[in-house]
Design a protein around this ligand. Sequence first.
Ligand code: 3PG
Length: 214
Amino acid sequence: MEAREMLSRLEQQGIIPIVTLEDAQDAEWVCKILHSAGMQIVEITFRTQAAAQSIEIVKAHLPELIVGAGTVLTQDQASKAYQAGASFLVSPGLDLNIVRWAQERDLLVIPGVITPTEILSALHQNITLMKFFPAESYGGIKALSALRGPFPQVKFLPTGGINPQNAADYLALSNVIAVGGTWMVTPELIRKREQEVISKLACEAIRIANQRGS
Ligand code: 3PG
């Protein structure tokens, strides 16, 4: 999928569930629930060894679901994510080697930034969509509003401390394309196979995102 199309899909969904799977066997049921709740895009993190296999399983069983790889810290993980079928890469920080590697493959990469200096470095690499992480710890809505002035061309995907109570306020910012979070599908909810809770939280997230601009 083209980067521009991917951006509009992210914006359309508004809230991206960030999933960490300890066991790839859980990938299918978890993503099925998220998909049934209305999610077209999920992010599966490389915080566990199960990440690449989980992405592969989801791509095989739910080919219509767009899967991004999160917490990509190394080029090796980027490569594994790409081979597994990830449609985009998200990193908590800005690593120019990972950024260049992804761009050479026309793979959307969303690096993490906080400071104006990091934003400038990313801009010099032609990145205009950046993850703002950890959002709540680094100034949240106030910081993102302040960054709008000097960086009108930059859009952000804030994550870190986003929840059903504050998501709508983030989504109201013109420089926020979407927010991400783990609250809908925490490792504990997965471990306990809390299917109904995950479904309820994902449906609530979709409702919040759909209220944007209304
Ligand atoms: C991330 O990987 O972006 C964060 O872990 C999301 O933060 P959260 O756990 O506070 O949602």
